[in-house]
Design a protein around this ligand. Structure first.
Ligand code: FAD
Length: 448
């Protein structure tokens, strides 16, 4: 007997996807407006969805793959993130991003596999360095406590056999232009992407072999010999489905009471004038993670595709189990961004923000993915725990391999993880989580 799943909520994003907004106009993909058949339907056109579609096309090139995206590519979280593709453990829940040693070694293997896949994608799509830059990453400390976090984390890296280099205050200033940071920790294997350009270019290259539809939200799914995905103007009848919708996997009825819908926020300056670039000093492109996970992420980019030289500030987390935020959330974050910006860049006094936005993350309490076969031939590649550029890519490509029964040590490793653990009931969850985050932000002090 067939079962129909009604999709309870569709994604709604607040504020612009600035990384997309600063690029020249995007290629448009059609809306699905007819009934079609495909071997594979991938729902969601973010990191996970595009990686799943690309991997399917590599493994079964003769089979028809369709990607259905609710909105426009690179307008959702995929075009709203800071672009850190991090190979090392990046536990937002922890004091220093680190976890247990064995789990971290396994995570590094998995993350590097995803980054390699992204590197091939970048090569196939001929992405320039400003879109995919294997420049490593720096964690910056502005306080003694931040320095202690760096010390603890670098000891952990040494125990994992990972390379790193400490940067002193002089080097940090020469690099960033600001004297705000007392110390930095450089690790060499992360990649910085212009996230919207990465998504656009990878989709454009893929669209030669895979059908991509925008403005085609899946509103219901009827399970059967061929699953039927209904969108407002057309249907896809597909033998296999990969749900690559991150937290919206719950809107399809899966992982109820097991996923945390956390929002984080960012602001991006207007283009800096030549005089401002000179006053700032430092190198044209750099990015910095805060030593305290609750602190401020910064990114400076030089002009690409007419975007101008800009600085992006990201901080602040809220838990919103409704999966939506309002303008008041953006206004509160804006105050924190402006404070962080003026503390770090007094020489840029008066530089206004062009764009302010929030975006969804999906986390689980035990930091595992919402991954696997949920129904016969329906697979999920979701819950990226705040590192979707990497973990989304990973879960997408591994979902394709799982669906095709392509066993590997990596897939076994990934599947060996527990399922997301059960959350406390409301209202305790939201009250408790938001209070804890405000407390941690306060403790982060000027790292925020
Ligand atoms: C401000 C900010 C900074 C961040 N910084 C980083 C960072 O530096 N590094 C990092 O790795 N991560 C970062 N993230 C997180 C990262 O953006 C996400 O983890 C990542 O986008 C998740 O990838 P995904 O493909 O799983 O999901 P998404 O990118 O959310 O893609 C899922 C897609 O599914 C679509 N969808 C949902 N429901 C439906 C439906 N019913 N029908 C059709 N389509 C549907 C959505 O429209 C969406 O486009 C940041 C996020 C934010 C907001």
């Amino acid at each position: 007997m067939s079962k129909t799943i009604k999709v309870r909520r569709l994604p709604r994003d607040t504020g612009p996807a600035a990384w997309n907004a600063i690029l020249s106009s995007a290629p448009v993909y059609p809306q699905l407006d007819e009934d079609i058949d495909a071997e594979w339907a991938v729902v969601g056109g973010g990191f996970a969805g595009l990686a799943a579609a690309r991997r399917l096309n590599q493994l079964v090139p003769g089979q028809r793959v369709v990607v259905l995206e609710a909105g426009r590519l690179a307008e959702g979280p995929a075009g709203r993130n800071s672009g850190f593709m991090i190979d090392l453990p990046h536990e937002l829940n922890s004091e220093t991003y680190a976890g247990a040693k064995d789990a971290d070694l396994r995570q590094i293997r998995l993350n590097r596999h995803a980054i390699e896949f992204a590197r091939h994608t970048a090569a196939e799509a001929a992405m320039p360095k400003q879109v995919f830059d294997p420049c490593g990453k720096v964690t910056g400390a502005a306080t003694q406590k931040g320095e202690q976090h760096i010390d603890t984390y670098s000891r952990h890296l040494a125990s994992l056999g990972e390379a790193f280099r400490i940067m002193d205050a002089t080097e940090m200033k020469a690099w960033t232009g600001t004297d705000f940071y007392r110390r930095g920790l450089f690790t060499p294997h992360s990649v910085m992407i212009q996230p919207a350009a990465y998504i656009r270019m990878s989709a454009a290259e893929l669209s030669r072999r895979v059908c991509i539809y925008e403005h085609s939200p899946v509103v219901s799914m009827t399970l059967g010999d061929r699953h039927v995905l209904q969108t407002p103007k057309g249907r896809v009848r597909a033998r296999h489905v990969i749900l690559a919708v991150n937290g919206h996997i719950q809107s399809f009825g899966y992982f109820a009471q097991r996923l945390l819908h956390v929002f984080t926020y960012a602001s991006m300056t207007r283009p800096l004038s030549e005089a401002e670039v000179k006053r700032l000093g430092g190198v044209p492109d750099w990015s910095l993670l805060p030593a305290d996970p609750m602190g401020t992420t910064l990114r400076r980019v030089s002009s690409y595709d007419g975007s101008g030289h800009r600085i992006t500030v990201r901080n602040h987390f809220t838990l919103n189990q409704s999966m939506e935020i309002g303008e008041r959330h953006i206004r509160r974050a804006a105050r924190l961004h402006d404070r962080a910006f003026s503390a770090r860049f007094p020489m840029l006094d008066g530089v206004s923000m062009d764009h302010r936005w929030g975006g969804r993350l999906c986390l689980s309490l035990n930091s595992v993915a919402a991954f696997g076969e949920q129904e016969e031939r329906v697979f999920s590649a979701a819950c990226q725990n705040g590192l979707g550029t990497v973990k989304g890519t990973l879960s997408g490509l591994l979902a394709a391999e799982l669906a095709l029964n392509q066993r590997s040590t990596l897939l076994d490793d990934f599947q060996a993880s527990a399922q997301p653990s059960r959350l406390p009931p409301e209202p305790f969850l939201s009250l408790g989580a938001n209070m804890t985050m405000r407390w941690k932000e306060w403790q982060a002090g000027i790292e925020l």
